[in-house]
Design a protein around this ligand. Structure first.
Ligand code: UDP
Length: 412
């Protein structure tokens, strides 16, 4: 891997993303993402691909609502899926990879043919990395990988880690990580501190959260009515796909200790975790809190849903690489309670702009919720500081500027 190059003074990135002359000078990019579903990595790519739309294309390795969202931004999208490849999971054994080898080679060749038409190949996910970087001898294009993951054994199987290590050394020109936690995990994997990639934090469109709703009790009631939520309850909202490591079960355990609180779970099982979703409903029934848990499913309107809450929770039991929902909760002007692991500790400062608890600890989570419930002044102070921090450190413009800079650097 080349040494990180992110000289902020280079003119690549249009300072104003709508500056079309600057866009015209920018390199052409083929973006690749493995998912058709809308997860954090896809929401991060969306505005970048939208900005680069006149000179780029997106290849998805499976179809889904992500394609529609990209196309709505004017992005050209091509889907080249193969179930034998999509079936490989993060923890798959070497055998799983070997069995899919012919399909992997075919897809790598198809991607290489596409990549040849562009200046840079931008790989947004793990499988995109494998297929895009494997084809490098064929396409010979500079490769940039956007690392959205913590490359630890807790998150990925040995086979995947070995493959990633090799590819990063031999076929990737530039890596950008979404947090220092992700960056350091890559250096730990390759065993070379010099491989620590530069960090570009995700940017959130804070303007989307600016709408002055839910600042007055009547506004909150009206908003909740519109969303079908109880108007006068004290609501804790947990946002994100339903998956065991996202810890929705911890929030339900905590709820059982908090008779005056109701829990809103916003998000769906995106990657086949339907059994977990079912378990959550059973857990709520077993604990006698089913009438206080609202399953909202996947929702598009995050600002409204977040502003309808009294507190926004983040309960991941494993280290979160970044945690967009945390930044979004802060942008919505809501106090956030999050688990202290991974990239989260780069966003939330305990008692300053939010509240941190140990991952997997439902008692600590319940205590934290009780504290903020009992002290609206404290909750408000945290939320006010969070808003200041998020506008300063996680702006969408800053993200787009740094990412387009990194792409231009890679193209050189
Ligand atoms: N999200 C959404 N609707 C939902 C649930 C989640 O739009 O019902 C979005 C959320 O706003 C965030 C993203 O999905 O931007 C999740 O990103 P995060 O980094 O929190 O988690 P990841 O999916 O990367 O694990």
């Amino acid at each position: 891997m080349n040494a990180p190059r992110l000289a902020p003074s280079l003119p690549l990135a249009p300072a104003d993303p709508r500056d079309n002359t600057a866009v015209a000078r920018a390199p052409t990019v083929l973006f690749v993402d493995q998912s058709g579903q809308l997860g954090g990595a896809e929401f991060t790519l969306l505005p970048l691909a939208g900005l680069c739309a006149p000179r780029s294309e997106v290849v998805l390795l499976s179809d889904g609502p992500f394609r529609t969202r990209l196309e709505a931004l004017g992005v050209r999208v091509r889907v080249i899926g193969d179930v034998r490849v999509s079936r490989i999971r993060r923890q798959s054994l070497p055998f799983g990879w070997l069995r899919a080898l012919p399909a992997i080679v075919r897809q790598a060749c198809a991607l290489a043919r596409e990549a040849k038409r562009f200046d840079v190949l931008f790989l947004n996910t793990q499988k995109a990395l494998v297929l895009g970087a494997l084809g490098k001898p064929l396409h010979r294009r500079p490769v940039i990988w956007h690392l959205h993951d913590i490359m630890s054994p807790e998150h990925f199987g040995t086979a995947q880690r070995v493959v990633v290590k090799w590819l990063v050394r031999h076929a990737v020109d530039h890596v950008v990580a979404n947090s220092h936690a992700s960056a350091q995990s890559l250096a730990a994997l390759t065993g070379r501190a010099s491989d620590t990639p530069p960090v570009v934090y995700n940017g959130i469109d804070t303007h989307a959260f600016d709408t002055p709703v839910a600042e007055h009790p009547d506004d909150v009631a009206a908003l909740r009515r519109r969303l079908g939520l109880p108007e006068h309850a004290w609501l804790a909202g947990l946002f994100g796909r339903l998956a065991p490591w996202k810890g929705q079960h911890i929030a339900i355990d905590a709820l059982a200790r908090l008779p005056d609180v109701q829990l809103v779970l916003v998000g769906a099982a995106l990657f086949g975790e339907d059994a977990y979703a079912q378990q959550l409903r059973e857990q709520a029934r077993r604990l006698g809190v089913a009438d206080r848990v609202h399953f909202a499913g996947f929702r598009d309107d995050m600002p409204a849903w977040m502003k309808a809450m009294d507190v926004v929770l983040h309960t991941s039991t494993d280290a979160e690489p970044f945690g967009r929902v945390i930044v979004e909760g802060m942008a919505a002007g809501r106090p956030v309670i999050a688990t202290a692991a991974g990239g989260v500790t780069e966003i939330v400062r305990h008692r300053q702009n939010g509240w941190l608890v140990e991952p997997g600890d439902d008692v600590a989570l319940a205590d934290a919720i009780r504290t903020l419930h009992a002290s609206p002044e404290l909750a408000q102070r945290l939320a006010r500081q969070a808003l200041v921090d998020v506008r300063r450190d996680f702006s969408l413009d800053g993200f787009l500027r740094r990412m387009t800079q990194a792409i231009a650097d890679t193209a050189k």
